[in-house]
Design a protein. Sequence first.
Length: 92
Amino acid sequence: MTRTGLVTAQREVGFKTNEINVFRPILAGLDLAETVVTFDALHSQTGHARCLVEEQKAHYVAVTKGNQPLRHQHLKQLPWRDVPLPGTTRAD
């Protein structure tokens, strides 16, 4: 979906498959270079991240939950407080 709300790709997931199997095919026809792709925790997998970064030349925002303890632990150990924020916004 674009920032204007336009759905750019959608695909029905067959009865004998799941969303993981259609991740690459649905993105294959899109020009994602220099875009930001978001997805839920189901797709927070190394293969999907590599597909986006290495093949599609895209960036991504991934959701990671506690059911992936090693990845969750690595993320918690990153120095998040040291990451500079170039700007902030405030909604009233």
